[in-house]
Design a binder for this molecule. Structure first.
Ligand SMILES: [Zn+2]
Length: 310
């Protein structure tokens, strides 16, 4: 008896459900912002933010990224496809602190009324002397700041999609626990490396927050700036080589998405090894195992700890 009743209900319920779905798709096509049965359309600039939006948004969101693994945010030139994505977005997520300032023009040109999330809002920035920067924009390398960014993303999604607010908050909490676990793993990775050996030289000054969080000293960068959109002088290169020799730095790291030509030259002159591919401003390409933020940070720590211990 019970079984047959359930079957009867299912048969009645099925066409109704199908009808609802069809109506949902119809309203989505009409360009009403993709709400209702459709997903929340999110555009996020950096790969870290794309990951945060996916982790927090889950099934409710459809995330389109602006930057890929080979794109340097400091030098990025937006494409017409980026403009299209932004004009159809419900939520636009940016890093802020002048990392992705080109978004301003994109938003102005694309129109639309997306909810704008500045993920670095409320985070104390490390100082920088670089003109045009309110502070060092590479905040995600500090695990506590990363958690704040995740919370900012959750708040923005909840504003654009109030029905999903509880889900976003729950997802953010769960993901932030994973960030805590990541930070514990990174600290234990460095535990066996004496603090005096934790000397980092990399392409540009992107690891200030990482260094502060995990007790790694950034002794120099090939490009003497928080941006890659800069040049270095012969004198600055000479000084860096002197520093590398004086501090006994064994390896120079290149960065994913940046041409490593200069790093190779500096390493050769200073008698240091070249280590490839820290994830400074981007995450890894498909198949790298570093497509997600947490895996990229763990890969960075592992590569550094290995090179420092040599
Ligand atoms: Zn950078």
């Amino acid at each position: 008896m019970r079984t047959s009743r359930i079957i009867t209900i299912s048969i009645i319920a099925l066409p109704l459900f199908a009808g609802t779905l069809a109506a949902g798709c119809g309203s989505d096509d009409s360009g009403d912002g993709g709400r209702g049965a459709g997903k929340v359309a999110v555009v996020a600039t950096t790969m870290q933010l794309q990951d945060f939006a996916r982790q927090v948004g889950g099934e409710r969101v459809d995330v389109t990224g602006v930057l890929g693994p080979d794109d340097e945010p400091h030098e990025y030139e937006p494409t017409p496809a980026n403009a299209d994505a932004i004009s159809g977005a419900d939520v636009v997520v940016e890093n802020g602190a002048n990392l992705d300032e080109w978004l301003e023009d994109l938003l102005a040109n694309a129109g639309g009324e997306a909810t704008r999330v500045t993920a670095s809002e409320g985070i104390d920035l490390l100082p920088t002397e670089e003109e045009g920067f309110p502070g060092d924009p590479h905040v995600w390398h500090d695990p506590d700041a990363a958690k704040k960014m995740v919370d900012n993303v959750a708040a923005g999604l909840g504003e654009a999609d109030p029905d999903g607010r509880a889900t976003y908050e729950r997802n953010a909490k769960a993901y932030n626990r994973r960030i805590d676990e990541m930070a514990r793993q990174i600290r234990s990775e460095f535990e066996s490396v004496p603090a005096t050996q934790r000397k980092l030289v990399t392409t540009h000054d992107a690891f200030g927050y990482f260094g502060r969080a995990y007790d790694v000293e950034v002794v120099g960068t090939v490009l003497p700036s928080v941006t890659t959109e800069t040049e270095t002088s012969g004198r600055q290169v000479r000084e860096l080589i002197d520093t590398i020799e004086r501090e006994g730095v064994k390896a120079i790291f290149t960065e994913q998405g940046v041409d490593p030509k200069l790093e190779r030259q500096v390493a050769e002159e200073a008698g240091a090894e070249v280590e490839t591919g820290l994830y400074a401003d981007t995450l890894g390409p498909e198949g790298s195992g570093a497509e997600e933020f947490i895996d990229a940070e763990l890969a960075n720590a592992e590569a550094m700890a290995g090179a420092f211990s040599r």
